[in-house]
Unconditional design. Structure first.
Length: 161
């Protein structure tokens, strides 16, 4: 079994409901979360758009990283994600952040997620699940929070999902 981490985000419609349904859908598709972080609200990146709600989930799986990614895309479609511009608003966004100790760079699949260490709305929920979490390189994720301190106004903890 491989320990994997998924980032969840939503900034359209019933944002918290979309996150909740995504967690339920992961379980229904054979990726039951072992742990889920609290929900955090953050300013959107990119063009002007509504704020995001973000969370992270840990799953344990026998699937390959590619199969997990395909499952995440299936869940997004089932939950009504519509095609949008890069950095555009979305009903649900599911990202494969970490997949065991694997480092992959394949067409359409990069693990660890290429933006993982630069985004407090990803780092903080991950570290809530596991404060000792490390990158496959062995570098602790907490080091990136220290290097990139978050603006308290840009990330607000809302509570459990």
């Amino acid at each position: 079994m491989t320990r994997a981490f998924v980032g969840l985000g939503s900034n359209l419609g019933d944002r918290e409901g979309h996150l909740r349904r995504a967690v339920e859908a992961l379980a229904a598709h054979g990726l039951p979360p072992v742990a889920v972080s609290a929900v955090y609200e953050s300013d959107a990146l990119g063009p002007p758009q509504p704020d995001y709600l973000n969370a992270a989930a840990e799953v344990s799986t026998s699937l390959s990283a590619r199969e997990v990614l395909e499952t995440l895309k299936t869940v997004e479609e089932e939950l009504g994600r519509t095609p949008t511009d890069r950095w555009g608003p979305r009903e649900i966004d599911l990202d494969l952040l970490l997949f065991g100790d694997e480092m992959l760079d394949e067409p359409g699949l990069t693990v660890p997620h290429p933006e993982l260490t630069r985004r407090s709305f990803v780092l903080v929920p991950l570290l809530e699940i596991d404060p000792d979490l490390e990158l496959p390189s062995g570098e602790p994720l907490s080091a990136f929070c220290e290097r990139n301190p978050r603006n308290p106004r840009a990330l607000r903890r809302l509570g459990p999902l």
